[in-house]
Design a protein around this ligand. Structure first.
Ligand SMILES: [Ca+2]
Length: 266
């Protein structure tokens, strides 16, 4: 693993931006920091999603993985509603709530769990092929990333794979898709080991906009290559995105420009 992953992916994105293609490059999206909220720095954040005004977060690493649900984080008194550890061999990854249940992935063990959102109790398990990175839900189906440029749609019934989608930037694959969030008709993904978030059209797979969050990664003063930007959750009531990273000291609440109007041929 490089000691300076952010530099590498700046170069990666520079390559994409300068790519010659008949397809127009996606626009860079502006953002505004609405709030910066101190948080527990222990979570090795893998999944982040709101259930109304409550935040669900999964934390990775073998022997230390867990899922936690809290009240809406604030500066004074963030309450833990439940905390569910995973058995030692498992490395928790992305999560998403759909049909009244939380689905949680593991990284390489090809096993996931269905968790009750009110109690945190693990109700059942499911399996899949490949790695688990990010997870989000669209129209009662789940969408998984595996660190590649491909997103996988899964059934909520048995987690069987329904379809795949290649994610591209002006026709070129966008690899290392990680934590996911579906909001306002687009899949938002942060790119592992980078400061970038991309907005993906869920039918074409085209990146239709991107956000450069170097300002946030610099604020967090990275001291370890693992402590990357990871975690994007949309809070519907305030129309804001919450961003954080592994062992980061803060949640950042952002207004992000939407890449509309989308071209009809996407
Ligand atoms: Ca998310």
């Amino acid at each position: 693993m490089s000691a300076n992953p952010y530099r590498l992916f700046f170069l990666f994105f520079s390559t994409l931006l300068s790519a010659t293609s008949s397809v127009a490059a996606p626009p860079q999206l502006n953002y505004q920091i609405i709030d910066v909220i101190a948080r527990d720095t222990r979570p090795f954040t893998q999944g982040l999603e709101f259930d109304g005004n409550q935040l669900i977060e999964s934390s990775g690493l073998r022997g230390r993985s867990y899922v936690v649900k809290t009240s809406l984080p604030n500066q004074q008194n963030t309450q833990t509603l439940w905390h569910t550890p995973l058995p030692a061999p498992y490395f928790a990854e992305g999560l998403s709530q759909v049909n009244g249940r939380i689905y949680l992935l593991s990284w390489q063990q090809q096993k996931g769990w269905i968790i009750h959102p009110d109690t945190g109790s693990i109700e059942s398990e499911f399996t899949y092929t490949g790695q688990g990175w990010g997870l989000t839900a669209i129209d009662n189906q789940l969408v998984r990333s595996d660190g590649s440029h491909i997103l996988y749609w899964h059934s909520t019934n048995d987690f069987s794979e329904l379809k795949k989608l290649e994610v591209t930037w002006s026709g070129q694959p966008v690899k290392r898709l990680n934590e996911l969030e579906y909001s306002n008709g687009l899949i938002w993904a942060n790119i592992w080991q980078s400061s970038f978030v991309v907005a993906i059209h869920p039918i074409s797979g085209s990146v239709v906009g991107w956000v450069d969050l170097t300002e946030l990664t610099q604020r967090e003063a990275q001291v370890a290559a693992d402590n990357v930007l990871n975690g994007i959750a949309y809070h519907e009531a305030s129309n804001t995105f919450w961003l954080t990273g592994k062992r980061w000291h803060h949640y950042y609440r952002l207004k992000i420009q939407q890449p509309y109007p989308l071209s009809p041929d996407l």
